[in-house]
Design a protein around this ligand. Structure first.
Ligand code: SAM
Ligand code: SF4
Length: 331
């Protein structure tokens, strides 16, 4: 089958697929997943690994070159590393990366590396064990930190640490995260908290990337880094003078990057979603389970790409933004 690079109706090249492979998680981050009252999908309502691999294979025929595995927590799904191995054998995929909370990373890092995957995003909202526990609901700071060290030891690069900045909670650590880049080759990515899945988003707790940028100047002057290529993400990239690592600022709200968005998402329950903040989704599961042929599934992928909204309107939507849980979409 021929490979075609697809553009959406706003002429954006869509080459990046984010896959939520499970809605389950071993943490309960305060901005993502409530401690109680969450209903997880029954196992038969989650795409099987075979179904995910089929969609990814077909998506490569329509220009997808990069895949990110996320969740929920991808490493909690049984058989993850075998699945990753199969994913790494798909022809036409140039890059596979994983977003993980790092709790199980020490255990799986070597197997992940053996699949040829070297790009990791690890969520870490605090460098203090007590604060980490307060934000995530679990006392796993040391486990995550050891996972990060193991990944570094095994030569993963880049190691990106995702920090969701929350005013009054972890904003006192912005400079400490900045200083970490002086000693370690990590890319620290500050992410503005987004209103998703009824997560009690509150403007009092919001801290913009502009404020973060200004706070980081206390550590040292920030030098801007150019985008590498069309697979680069939406982060504004900087380096503090003489640092080993980098800083990324992701202003999902204050500086939306819809104009350069190259993403398509596949939810854990098989819905193609072309914008994180739009409720429009196309359900691929029936097609996969009713034995439809490749052309019919490709047509659905084309439709999802074609109908990608021009932009989100989050600033004006506030709390109403996105009713699905972040964990089922994959962030
Ligand atoms: N469990 C994995 C993890 O936490 O890295 C992967 C899934 S998580 C949904 C993916 C990313 O979304 C994480 O970096 C997390 O911090 C971020 N995230 C979750 N809820 C968010 C929110 N409301 N606003 C901004 N980022 C959020
Ligand atoms: Fe789990 Fe990731 Fe959500 Fe935290 S952000 S609750 S680690 S899915």
């Amino acid at each position: 089958m021929n490979r075609i690079m697809m553009v959406d109706s706003n002429n954006r090249k869509i080459n990046y697929l984010r896959l939520s492979i499970t809605d389950r998680c071993n943490l309960r981050c305060m901005y993502c997943m409530p401690e109680d009252g969450i209903e997880f999908l029954p196992h038969d309502k989650i795409l099987s690994y075979e179904e995910i691999l089929r969609i990814v294979q077909l998506a490569t025929y329509r220009g997808i070159r990069k895949v990110r595995l996320t969740g929920g927590e991808p490493l909690v799904r049984k058989g993850f590393t075998d699945f990753l191995k199969s994913m790494s054998e798909i022809e036409g995929l140039e890059e596979i990366s994983i977003t993980t909370n790092g709790v199980l990373l020490k255990q799986y890092a070597a197997e992940i590396k053996a699949c040829g995957v070297t790009r990791l995003n690890i969520s870490l909202d605090s460098l203090k064990p007590e604060k980490f526990k307060m934000i995530t609901g679990r006392d796993y700071f040391h486990q995550v930190w050891e996972g990060i060290q193991e990944a570094e030891r095994l030569g993963f690069a880049p190691i990106k640490l995702n920090v969701v900045a929350i005013k009054g909670i972890n904003d006192d650590e912005i400079e400490a995260f900045g200083r970490l880049t002086l000693e370690k080759p990590y890319h620290i990515r500050f992410i503005e908290q987004m209103p998703i899945g009824g997560n009690n988003w509150n403007s009092d707790k919001f801290i913009s990337i502009l404020e973060i940028y200004e706070r980081l100047q206390n550590v040292g002057p920030l030098v801007s880094i150019e985008r590498r290529n069309s697979l680069d993400g939406p982060a504004q990239r900087y380096k503090i003078e003489n640092a080993k690592g980098e800083i990324g600022l992701i202003g999902a709200l204050s500086n939306h990057f819809c104009d350069v968005c190259n993403r398509l998402r596949l939810t854990a329950d098989g819905h193609l979603r072309s914008c994180l903040f739009s409720e429009t989704e196309l359900d691929a599961m029936p097609l996969l389970r009713e034995g439809k042929n490749d052309e019919e599934i490709i047509a659905l992928i084309e439709k999802a790409i074609h109908e990608k909204p021009e932009r989100h309107n989050l600033q004006n939507q506030g709390q109403r933004s996105c009713t699905r849980q972040m964990s089922s979409i994959g962030g």
